[in-house]
Design a protein around this ligand. Structure first.
Ligand SMILES: [Zn+2]
Length: 360
């Protein structure tokens, strides 16, 4: 087991331990606020629930830069409480039940957190067990099909009355249990749930810490926003981009590793030129690649499909003039995610350098 740069990984582990389902990001926000408070000139929560920090720049008249990183995680929401106390859930964000697998979840009741298990049902069944048999039909000889949300349920071992007392109802958020949130270190990589986007929060916080340590103001004012509800459509970022000053919206997020995108699992950041929502500013993206090369990195360039970020989503609805996206490469996005251990540091270097030598 290898573990470089222990302090960033210990920050990352605490960020992953904190719960942050869409629209209920308080735990993560609290942690980010604690970290950012001594590092920023102003810090507040806006009306949409985004945490905003301001760093004063050397040139207050230069356009401000908005740096957006989402706090929320892929999670679930209770749709229905079944008569036997099991729960039917829907995803919050793009995930399949197989991305989480069977295992412990925490049901965040209004009065009490209830432990449950994401279940697909027993495998040793026949066609009498309609739902499991659809997933694991005998004729497939053990190969089966990936279940969808209407074929899985949460086992709670509670009655509907007990669940009601705990404050569990349609709308209650469900998250992967704390016991499944330990980062796994192997060879040159780290792996775990919610590197998307806790690793980017760690990158943002460590970049701001580096700016503070340098004791030289960045070029222009910077607004760092830890945003909410990205996974269901960038709702928090849209509000932040509409209400904060500045023309450039720069997001940090996971970059899917796939042959079709020519992206590899390496320390090198990915600069994204297009995704399903918008095109990123070409001059700015080219500039980020050039800066990366000066830092002896080998930035990857990519065009993603079936992907959106806080920057491209806000640009697509006219809330930012220019968008850019820096990604750290991730395998198994929206599942048990893997990143290169050095990729966080590479993104910090690139971002830090950009904020002192920005291009508008
Ligand atoms: Zn993300």
């Amino acid at each position: 087991m290898k573990k470089k740069n222990a302090s960033i990984f210990s920050l990352l582990q605490s960020l992953i331990n904190a719960y942050g389902p869409c629209g209920q990001e308080e735990e993560v926000k609290h942690l980010c606020a604690k970290e950012l408070k001594p590092l920023t000139d102003e810090l507040w929560t806006d009306a949409a629930g985004n945490l905003i920090g301001k760093l004063n720049g050397q040139n207050p008249s230069a356009p401000a830069i908005r740096l957006l990183v989402h706090m929320d995680e892929i999670s679930m929401i209770v749709k229905k409480i079944n008569e036997d106390g099991s729960l039917r859930v829907n995803p919050l964000g793009g995930a399949y039940p197989a991305s989480f697998g069977q295992g412990p979840v925490d049901i965040l009741g209004d009065h009490q957190t209830v432990s449950g298990i994401l279940s697909f049902g027993s495998m040793h069944t026949t066609k009498e067990s309609a739902s499991t048999n659809k997933i694991m039909p005998k004729e497939f000889k053990g190969e089966g099909l990936a279940p969808f949300w209407d074929q899985v349920y949460l086992t709670t071992r509670q009655t509907p009355k007990e669940l009601d007392k705990a404050g569990v109802h349609p709308g209650t958020r469900v998250v992967i249990a704390r016991s499944r949130r330990a980062l796994h270190y192997f060879q040159d990589c780290i792996a775990g749930y919610f590197l998307d986007n806790r690793a980017a929060l760690a990158i943002m916080i460590e970049t701001v810490r580096k700016i503070k340590k340098r004791k030289q103001l960045p070029f222009s004012d910077i607004y760092v926003a830890a945003t909410c509800m990205e996974e269901i459509g960038g709702h928090g970022a849209c509000y932040a981009s509409r209400t904060l000053p500045g023309d450039i919206t720069l997001a940090i997020d996971v970059g899917p590793v796939a042959k079709e995108y020519q992206t590899v699992l390496s320390p090198d950041p990915i600069i994204v030129y297009k995704d399903a929502y918008s095109i990123y500013d070409k001059k700015l993206s080219d500039y980020l690649v050039t800066l990366g090369k000066k830092l002896k990195l080998h930035p990857q360039r990519a065009v993603f499909e079936t992907y959106g970020s806080d920057a491209s989503i806000t640009q697509s609805i006219g809330q930012c003039a220019k968008a850019a996206l820096i990604c750290f490469p991730v395998e198994n996005t929206h599942g048990y995610e893997i990143a290169h251990q050095d990729s966080l540091e590479s993104c910090i270097d690139l971002l830090f350098t950009y904020l002192y030598q920005p291009m508008f």
